[in-house]
Write a protein that binds this ligand. Sequence first.
Ligand code: PRP
Ligand code: URA
Length: 206
Amino acid sequence: MSLHIIEHPIIRERLTHIRSVDSDTAAFRHALHDISRLMCFEVTKDLETNPCTVKTPLKKTEGHSLTRPIVLVPILRAGVGLMNGFADILTEASVGYIGLYRDEETHQPHRYYCKMPPNIAEADVILIDPMLATGGSAADAVDELKSEGATQIRFACLIAAPEGVEAFSKRHPDIEIYTAALDEHLNENAYIVPGLGDAGDRYFGT
Ligand code: PRP
Ligand code: URA
């Protein structure tokens, strides 16, 4: 299993706002946007580059270009909130969407939408969803990405439950997970404890 827990004082501070039951939609969005930009740095740290030549106004020198195109894939709905900071920085990235919702009783994911860019098979793909709870949604999304030909995939989330990390890693041992926090456990409704509640509802004010 490859689990990266991203340690950063600003992320820890913003995550406190996000967790707080007293934060309103605006405070939640603002903090998630900040974390998203900071996480982008860590999640992309080992992307491959190729050497190239660049001409400055003074002379030719060595530069670097990304080896592969980047595709961001947020899982609807809440993934959109965590994606925005990545998109701020990776302005060249294409964006694919996977729509999934969790059945409230069985906790199984149901896919209702999928639209990927044509270059998915050659790309470095960053799958994004704030919550890794049972792991079912993220694992189903990776099934879809692999069936579309993606081979270079990493998963970025905000909060992970140990149960979700284990289940996801069993189904997809080749995929690295990046998270800002590893929480205690799932409750009887498969919500992450202490968590933040329902990420989609809190981000969209529903
Ligand atoms: C949330 C979250 C993940 C999923 C995680 O989405 O954004 O997609 O739950 O749970 P899992 O690891 O147990 O599958 P939700 O189903 O609430 O949909 P929403 O984003 O549309 O609110
Ligand atoms: N989905 C959420 O939004 N929150 C959780 O704690 C679990 C699944």
